[in-house]
Write a protein that binds this ligand. Structure first.
Ligand code: ATR
Length: 280
């Protein structure tokens, strides 16, 4: 794509950022819509983040995404943040306003819900209790999104129980913390099972968890997308549960940022999925 003096520029700030799929994602949309824009990787060391992020408006950037390990620092660096980002405690999408100020939002939960809605027709968050595995940053965004979408109860379980309790206390609402060793029992009567831990990721141990108590109609999803089909999804599908993989969460979370920077609300298609995965 050719650039001009009017090219609008956005990017992704991370460390490391070499594995980020976001430049491919936004590059696809820019080309699809014939937009005079660019989206570039921005490798920023943690110690440089506070300075680098304030440079975005000075450099004329439209905005940026923020990924590991900068999402919490990004919240502190903004002039204003959405209520949702404040509640989650992290910002993944920055918008540079015309007056030079920085606005921060968190679209991870939107990406999570849109992925489930697109991947499982008719799925609704209010259908039943959700079991959420993990209590890191991803879990915070997922739990907040489920609560806002009307999920009647979140059952939270994490290896380090104290982290789950902190998350429950800070987000509030109808939440039960379950011991990690009792995680399978939490599946009884659930409508949704979400893995937000790194278990099942390439190079990490698999998620060990019998699924027997889980109703067959419950949706199972993993935010891990490398591999695309985790052992959890394979086992859930084999027993007849609907499953949705984690790639769509990444794709959908990018849509609000793209619209804010480039003026088009883009779609997620199968061609885009294949492109972002690097498949022919
Ligand atoms: P993120 O912000 O991406 O969610 P994170 O904060 O590092 O990442 O969280 C990783 C999650 O995976 C945590 O819930 C972590 O559990 P702990 O809070 O006990 O560390 C979970 N996790 C990672 N390795 C695990 C393992 N071997 N067994 C169980 N849980 C694990």
């Amino acid at each position: 794509m050719m650039m001009s003096g009017k090219t609008r520029v956005a990017g992704v700030m991370g460390w490391p950022v070499t594995h980020s799929r976001s430049p491919r994602l936004h590059g696809w949309w820019l080309e699809e819509h014939g937009i005079d824009g660019a989206y570039i990787p921005l490798p920023v060391r943690p110690e440089d983040f506070a300075t680098a992020v304030r440079a975005l408006p000075m450099l004329g950037f439209a905005g940026a995404n923020v990924t590991v390990p900068h999402k919490e620092a990004a919240l502190r660096a903004c002039d204003d943040v959405s209520d949702l980002a404040e509640r989650i405690g992290a910002v993944n999408t920055l918008v540079c306003r015309d007056d030079g100020t920085l606005y921060g939002d968190n679209t991870d939960g939107f990406g999570f819900l849109e992925n489930l809605r697109a991947g499982c027709r008719g799925w609704q968050a209010d259908a039943g209790p959700a079991v959420v595995l993990g209590a890191g940053g991803a879990a915070r965004a997922v739990v907040a999104a489920l609560q806002d979408a009307g999920c009647p109860e979140v059952r939270l379980t994490n290896r380090t129980r104290a982290r789950a309790e902190e998350l429950a206390a800070s987000l509030g609402g109808a939440m039960t913390v379950v011991d990690w060793d009792a995680r399978a029992e939490a599946l009884d009567g659930a409508g949704l099972l979400v893995n937000t831990t790194t278990l099942g990721m390439e190079g990490a141990p698999p998620l060990e968890m019998p699924l027997d108590p889980l109703p067959r109609g419950a949706l199972v999803t993993d935010i891990v997308y490398a591999p695309l089909v985790t052992d959890l999804l394979t086992r859930a599908e084999a027993r007849g549960n609907p499953v949705v993989d984690g790639l769509g969460m990444l794709l959908h979370q990018g849509r609000p940022g793209f619209e804010a920077w480039f003026g088009v609300f883009p779609e997620v298609t199968d061609d885009l999925r294949r492109f972002v995965l690097g498949e022919p």
